[in-house]
Each structure stands twice: as C-alpha cells, then as structure tokens.
Design a protein around this ligand. Structure first.
Ligand code: ZN
Length: 252
C-alpha cells in the first residue's frame, strides 16, 4: 500500500522565542508530532513552518500532501489570506486536515467551519480527562476508555463550532469545564478532525496515547479517492437510460 503523505505544519514561534517552551520541544512541536507519526509506519512525513517561503504551503507541496496536520497559536494572522484560502480549497478537493489545540482559530479551520470557533480557556495546570464517547470510530482505535493528562490548558464550552458530523472525544477538566475535544467534519471531498490537547508548555505530543490518536486521525482523514462528482447541468437519468441499446438483452 502506498504511504500516506503527511505534512506537519507549525508556526514554530513559542519554541524559538521562549527558553521554557524550548525545553519542552527543543526541535519544535512539529518535529515531535512528525516523530510520533513515523513510529507507526505507513506515513511519509514532512514538516513545514511559517518562516519558509509561502509558509511552506506552496501549491506543489499541497498537491503532494494527503493530510495536513496544523499547529498554530500566536501567529494565525501572519498566514496570508491567499495561502489560507489555498489550504481551504485543497481540503475541499480532498486533502485531510487535522487541526490541533489552538489551531481552532487558524484561518483555514475558521474558513472551513464558517463560525468564529472561539471557546473559554484558562492556563491553570488543571487535569484533563479525555473520554472516548464513540468507541467504534476509527480514531478511537487502540485506545482505553479514557485518557488522563495530569496537566493541560483548560478549554471550555461553549466551543463556537458547527455541530460536528461525528464527536469522538469529550474532555472534562478538574476546574469543572467540559469540551468537545475530538470533532470530525466532512467539507467537500475533504475530512477534517479537530483535536484539543497540545498546549506548548506541556509534553503532550510525546505521549504514546496522544500519538496513537494523531496516527488514527491522519489515517481517517486520508483522501478517499472516491468518484469526482459531476456538478452543473446534466441529462436526466431518463434521457441517459433512453440512449442505452437494450436490443441484445436476454429476456426470459
Ligand atoms: Zn494553548
């Protein structure tokens, strides 16, 4: 089977500007995510960052990407509109999109959702318990009933998103909030997964269970390569049927 071509994109700012965050992710969050995926096999993984020409998201790169994994936080606005739109269109054409943590506010995700995508948040080292609420879903494969992160950033409902097509995870936080933390949508020919954990100050992306979820998500979001739908003015099925020659058909 051909490998799934994954591009892990990171704004890569906290790790370069903060000694504290660099200690957690010395080679960047993107590298930790990429290494996690490579541990599963079946993926060909590249990385790209904001500082690259065209943010590392030129047309050719996107065309040769099956699934784009995205992490951004402080620099959503520094991705030019035309590049965000290029990503959005590529998703509609079938590229999978996995938006992580604060990427719920990145331009391509907000553009695909059509809502503001904001939520409550708090940095208070609270415990997060991520419940698998759809055990038969492919993204829940090989997971326990719940995962507990001793410390994470807290997010809370209301999460201003369109109702997900499928909700795989719901998080509870020790501060009392709940959050829809694993959400699936289809947009056009593309599949989108939002996954909540992964604040830059915590080593979340080194965890085996989180890496399993990301691998599951990338595999789920891979292009289906189904039929290209015909859009616009077409003949009615009756007209099409009439054109078929039935003269040689067997009739009992
Ligand atoms: Zn955060």
């Amino acid at each position: 089977m051909e490998k799934i071509r994954v591009l892990v994109w990171n704004e890569y700012i906290h790790e370069t500007e903060s000694e504290e965050i660099r200690r957690v992710y010395p080679n960047g969050i993107h590298t930790a995510i990429a290494e996690g995926l490579l541990g599963f096999g079946g993926f060909e993984v590249k990385t790209a960052t904001l500082d690259m020409p065209e943010c590392g998201l030129d047309e050719q790169t996107l065309q040769s990407t099956d699934v784009l994994v995205w992490w951004s936080h402080v620099a959503h606005a520094r991705v030019p509109d035309e590049i965000a739109e290029r990503v959005r269109k590529r998703v509609l054409d079938g590229m999978g999109f996995v938006a992580l943590h604060s990427s719920h506010l990145c331009k391509p995700f907000v553009g695909l959702m059509g809502t503001c995508c904001r939520s409550k948040w708090r940095e208070n080292d609270e415990k997060e318990r991520i419940w698998v609420i759809e055990p038969a879903h492919p993204i829940a494969q090989n997971l326990p009933e719940y995962i507990e992160l001793a410390e994470e950033e807290t997010y809370g409902e209301r999460f201003e998103i369109p109702t997900p097509d499928e909700l795989v995870f719901v998080s509870w936080f020790s501060g009392g909030e709940v959050f829809r933390s694993g959400c699936c949508w289809k947009r056009g020919l593309g599949k989108i997964f939002y996954f909540r954990p992964g604040h830059e100050a915590y080593p979340t992306y080194y965890r085996d269970d989180i890496r399993q979820i990301l691998a599951n998500a990338v595999y789920w979001a891979r292009p289906s390569h189904g039929p290209t739908p015909t859009l616009g003015n077409v003949k009615t099925p009756y007209e099409t049927i009439r054109l078929v020659d039935h003269s040689n058909e067997y009739h009992p």
